[in-house]
Design a protein around this ligand. Structure first.
Ligand code: ZN
Length: 1023
């Protein structure tokens, strides 16, 4: 059977917004490229299509400096000649959160709609591998196909296949199977004969993988401009290709046949045309419909093969600070900004829509694969740092406003039925916000300005339960000082004839308070302290001022002090009176906030002088009691009701005992430092590596605090590390440099985690520093949180004996979100992190394995061609010294030993991982009435093991969105109970478009039930 081979050429450009040049430098080229595109489209009607890389930000970047071109550009987008969207920008998939990917598509599709009907193809041409949930995310936006290059391995037999996400939804994938991926038909020759030859050469490798008689030629590459004159060449070539001459046929019969169900098709003509990705996908679908006997494969899971194309997996640990800042900013937006602004809006505050959107945009602009991956020149990443800062500045401001607004509508009056304060002393409410699942217990630190010594102070919640409480520090702030000559002051006092008690105080009060720029009516002098002798001829008069409503003044004492000051004025031996104004004491206090509701808030009250009818109160302690001094002589260990943590005095590693299971984990928190002669993309140990896993001498171990709030142990070690790699890059240098590594390990009563904060003085180069956690058993799989899922991966990546032909060595380092867990079924160890996305499960001693989490990977070349672990360059060979990450670096991670596996105890590990990434926040306030109860939740979700990834105002402003996904291996019935007024609920897609109304009539009706398959994401709109 003979037939026609169709070729669709998609002219496009791949626009890395910033990479080996900065955004502004690349934009100069972008302006030139789009100017040229518009000229071509105006002039050549046969140049029918051009794809702007599936991302709308290039439109914004262009129009920002070419606003006068908007209508001309829109003429071509509206006519369908320029394809725009669906993304806002081309992200890395593994290093950003699921919600970031959702916002990326929301913003992209919305912006694309200003220009045209958006291109609904999941085009991610250059991403460094693909997450398993991409099909479900795309389908959530009505996108049923994906086109990409990297990550696909030999499991895909053809370049077309279905790809199913956890939860079951699937998309049709077009794999750009040519070695050049999205650039396979770049720079097509405009010379007719060369063009024809190129078409045949390019067809051959594609045909071997093709399912249909239509091939995809991607005519473009990184930052390439459109090829003027291409349609003319295509027209001429089609005449030649309409009848393949015998010479050419030889080439085509060698490669050019399509085998289907044992049937072989030979092509006797080729038709080339310019088209679009949607047209290509439509051609594939039509072919599949016409030939139902050729079912496509359905593949599952993530795509991380490095066989055919570079995967570049070590970007997970390049410039770790970017990953840390990104994770922090994502949590700030997703867990604080969106829920709190939405909640405040629900209680009557205006919604800061533009600010929230702008904070997201600054964050997303750091998500292109070359930005978040850390594989650009240094200047690019300095600019990333500024964008993180801008996103955080907006977010912190908006969160502070929302917290203030919410606190103002909470009924913060102390529960009078349980406790009564001492006469004249009012309790001070503090509201704690919890953005994670609950009920939750955490240590809280708050700044207060409370009267009295706080020796008898107590903290209670709404049921009167006492919370352990501790004053960390007390201090007074000097607000200002003024030296006044004694004689001058004495004359002034004499002239004014001050005799009555309090007259001088009143004068001083009005003079000094207004001198400080404070309102006279608000502040009063509450105490005067006179000191002499520090300096000859000078007396110091310390005046404490306090807000008027907060105090009862001891007038007798104050007037006695006044007399002492007046007496000073008669003293010939004194030249100067130094007036020093101080404010009331401030305190940093710690207390345990127990029973915090999920995604909610709870009020606690501090009674500064204690409670009526009680003498000394027991839980309150002051740091000056000397308790720590006694503790120092104890053995180096700390504990709470869940765990005991002891330090090994030889090497500083930790032994953690899980009191519930009896499991003992030893050798934890061991640092292992090895060489790295790779580049920003790929890890490469030197041929002769040296691993260092011990400090030079036994570390210093201190008990910093033994409670009652936090028990903290500090381990400080000096590490002698090779200064850099050798000149030949085959080993680490013999010259050593000392670097300090300090870990603070803390336990809190009621908190089911061992929290670890580590500071590293990184004064050496060309190395990789990991922290390891051995487990006393072996496993074949480990589970790590991924995007909208928890992914189980084998410890060792599948690897044939010979990988010499692979584009890159397969690696056993894998991506993680907030935790990785290794369990033997009876007990397990969860290792949580804040923004440390790379882990590996390594063989340790016999019978045990260890979780290794990368802290730093320090290299200084954007790309090198001499890596034993990768073939060829991955980018230009630019020098990037800042990727050595020299200087002080800090890391946060935590341990959760537990029974059974990660799903046990209502997914304790996953819940703690969320809590660990969102420390609670406190806001002190006054007592007042309000519409919200003192303990309130925005939404309650059962079972607690489900993950609520978004609580936000809907984009249209007509309701509240709650997004929940099921990471468990079983289907569950989710029960949602919103804490705000609503009467209707809808299932929506990820674009927040209503799909189906649920039978539910509002909060009064009880909780809303939604069935969730394993891996399913559900978005609910409450109205
Ligand atoms: Zn790229």
């Amino acid at each position: 059977m003979t037939q026609q081979l169709n070729i669709i050429i998609v002219p496009h450009t791949h626009w890395d917004r910033e990479w080996y040049q900065t955004f502004q430098q690349f934009r100069l080229r972008l302006v030139h490229a789009i100017d040229k595109l518009l000229d071509i489209l105006d002039r050549d009607p046969k140049f029918s299509n051009f794809m702007l890389d599936g991302q709308t930000i290039v439109l914004d970047d262009y129009l920002e400096v070419r606003p006068e071109q908007e209508e001309r550009l829109k003429k071509h987008t509206r006519s369908g000649r320029i394809q725009v969207g669906p993304w806002y920008l081309q992200p890395d998939e593994f290093l950003v959160s699921g919600e970031s990917l959702v916002r990326n598509l929301q913003i992209g599709l919305q912006r694309a709609a200003d220009f045209a009907k958006p291109m609904r193809v999941g085009y991610v041409p250059d991403c460094f591998g693909h997450i398993a949930q991409l099909p479900q995310i795309l389908r959530g936006f009505g996108i049923d196909s994906a086109v990409f290059w990297r990550g696909v391995g030999p499991e895909a037999h053809k370049s077309e296949f279905y790809w199913a996400a956890p939860g079951g939804t699937q998309v049709l994938v077009i794999h750009l199977a040519d070695a050049l991926g999205y650039s396979n038909a770049r720079d097509l020759p405009l010379n007719l004969e060369e063009f024809v030859t190129r078409v045949e050469l390019l067809s051959a490798p594609l045909l071997s993988k093709a399912t249909t008689n239509t091939l995809l030629f991607m005519n473009g590459s990184d930052h390439l401009e459109p090829e003027d004159g291409l349609p003319e060449t295509i027209d001429a070539a089609n005449k030649l290709l309409a009848h393949i001459d015998p010479e050419l046929e030889k080439v085509l019969t060698r490669f050019g046949r399509l085998e289907q169900n044992g049937q072989v098709s030979d092509f006797d003509q080729i038709l080339v045309r310019i088209g679009t990705l949607p047209q290509y996908i439509e051609a594939v679908r039509q072919h599949l419909e016409r030939s139902p006997g050729t079912p496509l494969q359905t593949l599952h899971g993530e795509m991380r093969s490095s066989e055919y194309a570079h995967l570049l997996p070590a970007v997970l640990s390049t410039r770790m600070w970017i990953k840390q800042k990104n994770t922090a900013t994502e949590h700030l937006l997703e867990r604080w900004v969106e829920p709190l602004t939405a909640w405040a809006w629900k209680t009557g505050a205006p919604y800061p829509k533009g600010l929230v959107r702008q904070a997201w945009k600054f964050l997303l602009q750091n998500h292109p694969h070359d930005s978040i991956c850390g594989c650009s020149i240094d200047q690019v990443h300095r600019e990333n740092s500024v964008r993180f800062a801008q996103s955080q500045q907006i977010s912190e401001g908006v969160v502070a406003q929302a917290m203030q607004s919410l606190v103002s509508v909470i009924d913060t009056r102390a529960p009078t039925n349980v406790h009564k304060p001492l006469a004249g002393q009012e309790p001070f409410p503090i509201v704690i916000f919890n953005p994670a699942p609950g009920p939750r217990t955490e240590a809280v630190q708050a700044m207060t300005q409370l009267p009295g010594s706080l020796k008898n102070a107590v903290v209670v919640d709404e049921r009167g339960s006492r919370m352990p409480f501790h004053v960390v520090s007390r201090w007074r702030q000097e607000l200002g000082s003024m030296p006044v000559p004694r004689e001058m002051l004495a004359t002034a006092v004499a002239l004014q004839g001050m005799k009555a008690p309090g007259e001088f105080i009143n004068l001083a009060q009005s003079t000094l308070v207004s001198m400080l720029g404070l309102s006279e009516s608000d502040y009063v002098i509450t105490r005067i302290n006179v000191e002499e002798g520090a300096q000859a001829g000078v007396a110091s008069v310390e005046l404490m001022i306090t807000r008027r409503e907060q105090v009862t003044i001891n007038q007798q004492e104050l007037q006695a002090s006044e007399s002492r000051v007046l007496a000073l004025m008669q003293r010939e031996d004194i030249n100067t009176l130094e007036f020093i104004i101080i404010d009331q004491a401030r305190q940093t206090v710690d207390f345990i906030a127990a029973g915090l509701p999920a995604y909610g808030l709870k009020t606690y009250w501090i009674y500064p002088g204690g409670l009526q009818g009680e003498g000394q109160s027991q839980p309150s302690t002051d740091s000056s009691t000397g308790q720590e001094q006694r503790a120092v002589s104890q053995p180096p260990s700390i504990e709470n009701e869940f765990y005991t943590v002891a330090a090994n005095q030889e090497d500083g590693t930790l032994t953690v005992t899980d009191k519930q299971t009896g499991a003992v984990f030893t050798g934890l928190n061991r640092f292992v430092d090895g060489g790295d002669v790779g580049d920003l993309y790929t890890y490469c140990p030197p041929a002769h590596d040296t691993l260092i896993s011990k400090p030079v001498e036994p570390p210093k171990i201190e008990l910093v605090s033994t409670g009652p709030i936090r028990s903290i142990m500090r381990i400080s070690g000096d590490w002698s590390l090779p200064t850099a790699c050798s000149d030949t890059r085959t080993e680490r240098s013999a010259h050593m440099t000392t670097c300090s590594i300090v870990s603070e390990i803390s336990l809190t009563p009621g908190v089911h985690r061992v929290d670890i904060h580590t500071g590293v003085e990184n004064d050496v180069k060309d190395h990789r520093l990991r922290v390891t956690f051995p487990v006393p058993y072996t496993v074949e799989h480990a589970e790590a949180e991924g995007t909208f899922e928890v992914r189980s991966r084998p410890i060792v990546a599948p690897r044939p004996a010979d990988v010499s032909a692979w584009a890159e060595e397969p690696v056993n380092t894998f991506p993680q979100k907030r935790f990785v867990d290794v369990s033997n079924g009876t007990v397990g160890l969860g290792v949580l992190n804040r923004g440390l996305p790379e882990y590996e499960i390594v063989q340790d001693a016999p019978g045990q394995m260890a979780v290794a989490v990368t802290l730093l990977r320090c290299v200084e070349w954007l790309s090198r061609a001499d890596l034993s672990t990768r073939r060829g360059h991955a980018g230009p060979m630019e020098f990037t010294p800042e990727a050595q990450c020299l200087g002080h670096q800090e890391f946060d991670y935590a341990l959760v030993p537990h029974r059974a596996d990660w799903e046990a105890e209502e997914a304790l590990v996953l819940r703690e991982a969320q809590a660990f990434n969102t420390p609670v926040r406190a806001l002190a306030t006054e007592q007042h009435e309000g519409q919200l109860p003192s303990r309130a939740t925005l939404v309650e979700v059962e079972p607690r093991s489900l993950v609520v990834s978004a609580i936000k105002r809907s984009e249209t402003g007509q309701g509240m969105i709650v997004r929940v996904h099921n990471p468990l291996s079983q289907a569950v019935e989710a029960n949602l109970r919103p804490g705000f007024a609503c009467t209707k609920a809808f299932v929506t897609n990820l674009h927040e478009e209503q799909q189906e109304q649920l039978f539910w009539s509002g909060v009064e009706d009880g909780s809303l039930s939604v069935g969730l398959r394993s891996g399913e994401i559900a978005t609910i709109l409450f109205q």
